[in-house]
Design a protein around this ligand. Structure first.
Ligand code: GTP
Ligand code: MG
Length: 419
């Protein structure tokens, strides 16, 4: 059953909600970009008389839309789904990330291991590398040991960030634009304000990793209290990790589980007020990160997952970890679409509206000008007609006069001849 579940990679991942939305909104902005550039070329003087109708300020305004739209496309291309992990030292934050990434990427171990923020994100290509805060230098990452050394070597500030770029193709979550943020233990002199300002404000999901052998601590609680005062309704998952330990005390397993479950859901519902009771049911899990990672590494070697088991009850814990991942994927993709793309789509709409209003104005002025010219033309033709008529009258009068004169002369001549 476990193998079948694992192989369900063919199933469409909920992360595709985000991936597809991103593609769609990008396609729309490509269209807007074409439209904006075309309009700008037009107002800049493709049409000979445009200078009479469109003033300089308007031309500048159109040019600024070109920049705005390409700016939005740029941000959009960098948009991703971000998940941040918090919890006390040694609870297994780094292990949970490794289990999700199906590889030993982040250093994990007993004692205080992660000493600054570590962000894992996907890159195209084969070579993993890391970049320290405040530097552009790409440092090679060849092994986990070397990565751990690189992270320890310099005394990094605990709230500074090391970015680890890992080949996308090695992990489906990275391929689908999920970015992982690992943190030092919240019990290690956290500078809460810095941590939240620098690493939490744009996170779509938070995962609180607890140690199910003990209980949620005050440090963990206060950190999330602070987070939820700064962000409106953060999405928080709680993992009761090291649940493999419960196998050694089967007689207490159910009661301990019930106790943890109640404390965790109360924390989300009553204390933080970030979840409804129904939501909270889907946010608390009992897992073993170390075991899940081991099982996945075995599977990659073509061996049965159970060879990674640490204790009795492996199947349930493995299943629960996969269940967590599914709920997590649904939550993060929906949340990221809402928070990131809603903003782009409203900016896109307002740019389209402003352009439309300006073009309407230009059309209006062109129309007025057209009518004025028609009017002038009419006046001119009226005047010509009038002149023609007068000319005709004059001519007719002249003709009459000449006629009369000729007649008079004829009469005079006849009279003279008669005499
Ligand atoms: P810091 O980085 O020091 O804050 O710790 P962390 O929360 O990242 O914990 P880490 O992943 O380094 O795990 C600490 C130790 O616990 C490691 O030796 C892990 O192998 C072990 N460990 C992690 N998860 C589990 C688990 O589910 N079961 C058991 N038995 N051990 C675990
Ligand atoms: Mg760690």
């Amino acid at each position: 059953a476990t193998r079948a579940l694992h192989n369900n990679a063919n199933d469409i991942s909920p992360l595709q909600i985000f991936v597809r939305a991103k593609k769609k909104i990008n396609d729309i902005f490509v269209e807007i970009e074409d439209y904006v550039s075309e309009t700008t070329r037009f107002v800049e003087g493709d049409v000979p008389i445009s200078g009479d109708i469109i003033d300089k300020a308007e031309t500048e305004q159109f040019k600024s839309y070109v920049l705005k739209v390409s700016g939005i496309r740029e941000v959009l291309s960098r948009d991703h789904m971000k998940v941040a992990f918090f919890g006390r030292t040694s609870n297994g934050k780094s292990s949970v990330i490794n289990a999700m990434l199906r590889d030993k990427i982040l250093p994990s171990g007993i004692g205080h291991t992660t000493n600054c923020f570590c962000q894992v994100e996907g890159i195209d290509g084969q070579e993993a590398y890391l970049v320290k805060e405040g530097s552009d230098e790409k440092l090679n990452v060849t092994s986990i040991k070397q990565l751990a050394n690189a992270l320890c070597q310099e005394k990094l500030c605990e709230s500074s960030l090391v970015r680890i770029f890992w080949p996308r193709e090695r992990c489906s979550l990275l391929r689908d634009d999920v970015v992982f943020v690992d943190s030092p233990g919240v019990d290690v002199s956290p500078n809460l304000d810095d941590w939240i300002d620098n690493h939490c404000l744009n996170a779509d999901v938070f995962v609180l990793v607890l140690n199910s052998e003990s209980t949620m601590t005050l440090a963990e609680k206060s950190f999330f209290h602070e987070v939820s005062t700064r962000l409106s309704k953060p999405n928080i998952f709680i993992l009761n990790n090291r649940w493999d330990a419960s196998a050694s005390e089967p007689e207490f397993q159910e009661s301990v589980k019930a106790q943890h479950q109640e404390r965790c859901t109360d924390f989300l519902i009553k204390e933080l007020k970030v979840s409804t009771p129904k939501e909270a049911e889907e946010r608390v899990f009992f897992v073993s990160a170390r075991e899940t990672l081991q099982a996945r590494l075995k599977e990659q070697e073509g061996l049965p997952a159970i060879q990674g088991a640490l204790a009795e009850g492996f199947q349930n814990r493995y299943f629960e970890f996969q269940d967590f991942e599914r709920k997590f994927e649904e939550c993060i993709s929906q949340s990221a679409v809402r928070t990131k793309f809603a903003q782009h789509s409203s900016r896109g709409k307002s740019i389209a509206n402003e352009m439309r209003q300006m073009l309407d104005g230009i059309y209006e002025r062109a129309n007025v000008m057209h009518n004025q010219k028609l009017d002038q033309k009419k006046k001119l033709t009226d005047r010509i007609a009038n002149t023609e008529q007068q000319l005709m009258l004059v001519t007719r009068e002249m003709k009459m006069k000449i006629h009369n004169m000729v007649e008079e002369v004829e009469q005079k001549v006849a009279k003279a001849l008669n005499e």
